[in-house]
Design a protein around this ligand. Sequence first.
Ligand code: WTA
Length: 649
Amino acid sequence: MSNTIDNLLHETRRFPPNSEFTAQAIAKPELYAEASANRLGFWADQARELVHWHKPFTRTLDWTNPPFAKWFDDGELNVAYNCLDRHVLAGNGNRVALHWEGEPGDSRSITYAELTAEVKRAANLLTSLGIRAGDRVAIYLPMIPEAVIAMLAVARIGAVHSVVFGGFSAESLRSRIDDADAKLVITADGGWRKGKVSPLKPAVDAALATGETNVGHVLVVKRGDNPVEWTEGRDLWWHEEIAQVDADHTAKAFDAEHPLFILYTSGTTGKPKGILHTSGGYLTQAAFTHKNVFDLHPETDVYWCTADVGWITGHSYLVYGPLANGATQVMYEGTPDAPHPGRWWEIIEKYKVSIFYTAPTAIRSFMKLGRQIPQGFDLSSLRLLGSVGEPINPEAWMWYREVIGGNTAPIVDTWWQTETGAIMISALPGITATKPGSAQVPLPGISIDVLDESGGHVGHGNGGLLVVSEPWPSMLRGIWGDPQRFQETYWDKFGDKYFAGDGARLDEDGEIWLLGRVDDVMNVSGHRLSTAEIESALVAHPLTAEAAVVGAADETTGQAVVAFVIIKESQRDAASRDDIAAILRAHVAEQIGAIARPRQVFVVNELPKTRSGKIMRRLLQDIAEGREIGDTTTLADASVMQIIQDKLN
Ligand code: WTA
């Protein structure tokens, strides 16, 4: 990214809301006052207003056993009922829920009544396969309506979904199936990507090929029409099974703290964390933020979030938030550039999208292609733009505003995480004067602080560590099967304040600028990757003796994976440096998924280590980013950096 911290702090552009937008805005300035006067009362009001409770709650928050929060815990609800049936019962069954657009140009518009009917059948199908409340179901699907249907059907019967991004490898899928102890996998023959069908079923077959699992069945959606291997007795076609089950299904209520889903995300160790979310608090904050941050007018807006359902953004802002609010949205299967680089803008024109939510990495790649591509389409329906996943540099922010937003649509830069479940820091459109590059202010009802290492507040103009200082409704309830890791990762550093792992700075107005991760987690194209996970994939290869991975600044993807490897003595003559790099890049893609493939692999003879043997990634990052090498005094052997550089030149 081109901006440095100093540039950020000297950013003086301000974009006050225009009066026309403010006049119709959903979010009202009073929200801030109401929430600060009575934070819990504010959330209780939101929960009552936005969610249908089969049994109303009387307790808002139980924080007697931190960090294990309970929200609305004596209430009962059904999350899928909230996203479906209640809209139909309110007379909105004919409203389109999903305008689904396939990559090759096929499309389906599905109303709330139709979506409800499909989810009811799917719920009956899951029950007929023996899935009960509390059981885990792994979902490994492309961006097709069945992904949404499957998630809601699982939720409807009180089972717990674990969606695994379709770009993850068989190994990553298997480790998630094992960790969650899933009983069922829902997949497809494939999905369209970059002009062809990318198969998914082979990865499921490979994942289940060896060792014991509790997976009894694999349900396969037919999307690609490509041939698939079939395991009789285990594999079932979704369309065949769904045709045989009852169409009626009554949603039963579950406790507010009933588990809703597990979603795996990268941490600082090699093993991904299964982030657990529950029902009532999650749905409340997903709906509240979706409505207020995106200024949703459900009768007239067409909303489009480009995230894949395999990530938290897809969970909260493609499934639960928008559907709880009765929104009409676009869901797109493919890549932004298939079959032509204007595909996204064509979709906005076609469906008259009014609210658009995407990631800075996408914006930067469009910037590279030039403004003439979006300018070839009618984007005048857009009235609000959102950004998520990584810091957005002011240059990309301005381009987004001018070229996509026609200089009028407000931009909301939304900071949050898999763990927070929903947006935490963002401007509110129609209220906040926006600043290019800053996520700005905590939402009403959310308490954020920036602390120094010893836990003191940093003043305006200073940087530190981002924390959430009070529990919030959609907070993670734990790491699946690992309460100790939950405690250590997020709560040990600052007591009962949640440590987010992000660096942040307060500007002169006290507004927040996110500065990226402070731990060994990288952010590549808005996807979280762990250095440790990629390092362990690299050392699992027979060529590699040792490996160190860093996230190096990259103009398009924010950060890129750069690996430094030492080759085993016995393998030194096995292949050329270039071949080794290619082999190891492919190996990581196969082990974890293409998103983790290193941009570069450098073969070196040494790695910089401290006297206690810890690899100093900071110095490797200097090399990867082409900077002068920083302070080497704590190295066990200071000549190592010279040796590494000589080898690379
Ligand atoms: C980063 C994605 C700056 C941050 C919703 C966080 C951001 C990690 C922003 C979470 C933003 C997300 N500005 N950084 N607006 N949004 N991040 O779990 O480092 O995939 O910790 O959740 O992305 O990534 P995750």
